[in-house]
Design a protein around this ligand. Structure first.
Ligand code: PMP
Length: 305
């Protein structure tokens, strides 16, 4: 089935959406991206885009950082995305990739005096970390501080840090990297936030620990509180706390909730998926497919009835 893109203000087949070789963002990483999930509900024959508005809110914030003028409101971006995914007609889980970028075909490192553009496309995409449990390693690559490159925004150029960590982890036989802050506290995975279970409570790095404020992270904090009565503590986490946590898992739009079985050759808990992680996974998968009536406002249906 052909995919489509919204590119230069129109819907075109994905294969026809091309940018020039001098485009600014290609050279200097001057773009903001997002990753949004469309989750297929086979009983309802419907795709639900999860927390669409929140993703575009984060994109808008990133654009302010990079001085990208987006000629669309958040509502318009949501409408464009629904129409795009509807045109694609997929009947499976998918991933939507919006990109707001410095589009001038002009060289020179800067953010000013450049044109901006926005594109979005959708592709079928199943599990990201295609494993039951991740084997992880603490990366030798550190997360940049807010005064180096703000990690709170999905700036394309920033992701070379994540790519270095991911490839190092894979090359050394692991599934995923866990990065530390410049001060040596736990930050996040290469494309996921991280949670620990300590004394039956959730513990996760705070906004000041060089993390992206994940939308799945926020979802899990709310679901744990509302559905399981489990509180989340957002705080600085020592590296050694990783090894003695009762449970540990990643969260992310692509990775959903992925249990962590092992870190630096030490089993987390029994090495199997922990009880709290398992319960959160069950609740989360119902919620993202719009099977839980309490959270329908997070799920945007794509196909008209
Ligand atoms: N951290 C990083 C570095 C990421 O790239 C992502 C994926 N967007 C996340 C965390 C998780 O964020 P979200 O739950 O919003 O996808």
């Amino acid at each position: 089935m052909p995919s489509y893109a919204y590119f230069h203000k129109q819907f075109v087949p994905l294969s026809e959406a091309k940018i020039g070789i001098m485009t600014h963002c290609l050279h200097y990483g001057t773009a903001i991206f997002e990753g949004i999930r469309g989750n297929w509900n086979s009983q309802q024959k419907q795709i639900y885009l999860f927390r669409l508005k929140e993703h575009y809110q984060r994109l808008h914030n990133g654009c302010r950082l990079l001085k990208i003028n987006l000629p669309y409101t958040i509502d318009e971006l949501c409408q464009i995305t629904v129409e795009l995914v509807e045109r694609c007609g997929f009947q499976e889980n998918l991933y939507v990739r919006p990109l707001a970028y410095k589009s001038s075909e002009s060289l020179g490192v800067r953010l000013h005096d450049l044109d901006d553009d926005f594109l979005v496309f959708a592709i079928p995409w199943g599990p990201y970390l295609d494993i039951d449990k991740a084997r992880c390693v603490v990366s030798s690559w550190r997360r940049p501080d807010d005064n180096v490159i703000p990690p709170q925004a999905k700036i394309t150029g920033l992701y070379i840090n994540n790519a270095l960590a991911k490839t190092e982890a894979i090359s050394n036989g692991f599934d995923e990297a866990i990065m530390l802050t410049s001060e040596g506290y736990v930050s996040e995975g290469s494309g996921e936030n991280i949670f620990l279970v300590i004394d039956g409570k959730l513990v996760t790095p705070a906004s000041y620990n060089s993390i992206l404020m994940g939308i799945t992270r926020d979802t899990v904090i709310k679901l744990a509180q509302n559905e399981l009565g489990i509180e989340t503590i957002e705080r600085q986490i020592d590296r050694s706390e990783l090894y003695i946590a009762e449970e540990c898992f990643f969260t992310g739009t692509a990775a959903h909730i992925t249990p962590i079985g092992e870190i630096d050759h030490r089993k987390i808990g029994s090495g199997e998926t922990g009880e709290i992680t398992k319960r959160l996974q069950e609740i989360y998968f119902d919620v993202i497919q719009a099977s839980n009536p309490k959270y329908l406002e997070w799920c945007t249906p794509v196909y008209k009835k």
